[in-house]
Design a protein around this ligand. Structure first.
Ligand code: GAF
Length: 402
């Protein structure tokens, strides 16, 4: 369960036999294969992706595992181990973003729709799918992207779409389109890229404009460090188009237009640009995005210099920028960050879209227990729901397991 001690959660091993057996029980035949796509934490670069900026995520050891068999009947039937008794079914040719499948099935249907729209899915291509997940939903750990990417990779490999299966940036674009145009959440490319393009032991340094990426070594254990993920259990939701995420997207677009740049990525002289904005709210938003992009480069520089402990200061600076300038934090996230740092973490920050979800703290191994206890106690004292704590190493991106 999500309340288990952090150390126990670190060593999760996906049980592919169980997933395959659940598929056989549901559909009366064996699956062709089992695939997995992970969730992520972003280490730096929040709300920079849709501003054409830089990001630095790592994949988690948890994600969506699925068993799939391709069909040529043009239909999909999907079941989820987390939702026994529910079945989602659709005819691929009938999918319409104006009248989307509802609930979790929308992410699956969206991937079929986007793959077909992009010309990759031959007529008649369908599937039977059994989903399983060990990633909490609403914790800002990219459970949606993990689902999209697992479905897309499995579809591409099972249907022999070899060009697509070999092109992870193209797959990220299709999975993002599923989320933007079918599910209706105006997100960037961060989460899908992380799930598809991260490698074990590394963070992914990604330019969201060009799609160029490099895998930067992130040897936490060699540096005597642990990355603690503090899930505040305050659910965040990206698909709420009237919510805070969409509002930030609009504010950034508006500011870029006023400044006459394609995207906030293109702001060079920050002071000069800020002085051209009348609205103090936009001043704050631009200050966050522009400085956050520089913090991604600072973080990568420290990783390459093998100065991982010093990342902490950049983490905390990023959190303050998200709290004060971008205004996407919550009392629970602030409590997690402040308490972790006071208890000996080198730094901490909220991660993902904000308005709930999770924070990450970079702690010396010797301080890990103290940090965990301090955060748990602080939440109890303030009457917050108990946080779920997990320790994670940078893990492998989406792949076939059997
Ligand atoms: C969410 C979105 F899905 C990403 O595209 C990104 O904008 C992130 O919030 C904030 O950095 O995860």
């Amino acid at each position: 369960s999500s309340r288990a001690p952090a150390e126990e959660e670190t060593e999760h091993v996906v049980d592919t036999d169980e997933t395959a057996a659940a598929f056989a029980a549901a559909f009366g035949r064996d699956p062709l294969g089992v695939w997995h796509a992970p969730g992520r934490v972003n280490l730096m670069g929040e709300h920079t992706d849709y501003n054409d900026g830089l990001v630095l995520p790592m994949a988690l050891p948890w994600g969506v595992t699925l068993a799939l068999t391709p069909t040529d009947d043009g239909t999909a039937e999907v079941r989820s181990a987390q939702r026994p008794g529910e079945q989602v079914g659709f005819a691929v040719a009938d999918l319409d973003p104006q009248d989307p499948v509802e609930g979790w099935g929308a992410y699956v249907a969206g991937v079929f729709w986007a793959a077909r729209e992009a010309g990759h899915l031959p007529p008649g291509a369908g599937a039977r799918i059994l989903l399983d997940s060990d990633l909490p939903v609403g914790a800002a750990l990219s459970s949606s992207a993990a689902l999209e990417c697992a479905v897309l990779l499995a579809l591409a490999e099972a249907h022999g779409l070899t060009g697509l299966a070999a092109d992870r940036p193209a797959m990220a674009t299709i999975a993002r389109r599923a989320e933007n145009a079918y599910v209706g959440a105006p997100t960037g490319i961060l989460d899908q890229s992380a799930s598809l393009r991260c490698t074990e032991g590394h963070a992914l340094y990604l330019d969201c404009r060009s799609g160029a990426a490099s895998n930067v070594p992130f040897p936490l254990e060699d540096a005597g460090l642990r990355l603690l993920i503090i899930d505040t259990r305050v659910e965040h939701k990206l698909s709420d188009t009237t919510g805070g995420y969409a509002a930030r997207y609009d504010e950034c677009t508006r500011a870029a237009r006023i400044l006459g740049v394609d995207a906030l990525r293109d702001v060079e002289d920050l002071q000069a640009s800020l002085s051209r904005l009348d609205d103090p709210l936009l001043v704050d938003r631009v200050r966050h995005v522009v400085t956050e992009i520089h913090r991604v480069n600072a973080a990568v520089g420290l990783m390459r210099a093998n100065a991982l402990g010093e990342l902490g200061a950049v983490f905390t600076a990023s959190h303050l920028s998200m709290r004060d300038q971008f205004q996407i934090s919550t009392p629970e996230l602030d409590t997690a960050v402040e308490t972790a740092v006071a208890a000996g973490a080198r730094g901490a920050r909220m991660t993902g879209g904000g308005f709930g979800g999770s924070a990450v703290a970079l702690a010396p191994e010797s301080r890990l227990e103290a940090v965990e206890k301090a955060v748990t106690d602080a939440f109890a004292e303030r009457g917050f729901t108990a946080p779920a704590l997990r320790v994670a190493l940078p893990s492998q991106g989406a792949r076939r397991l059997r």
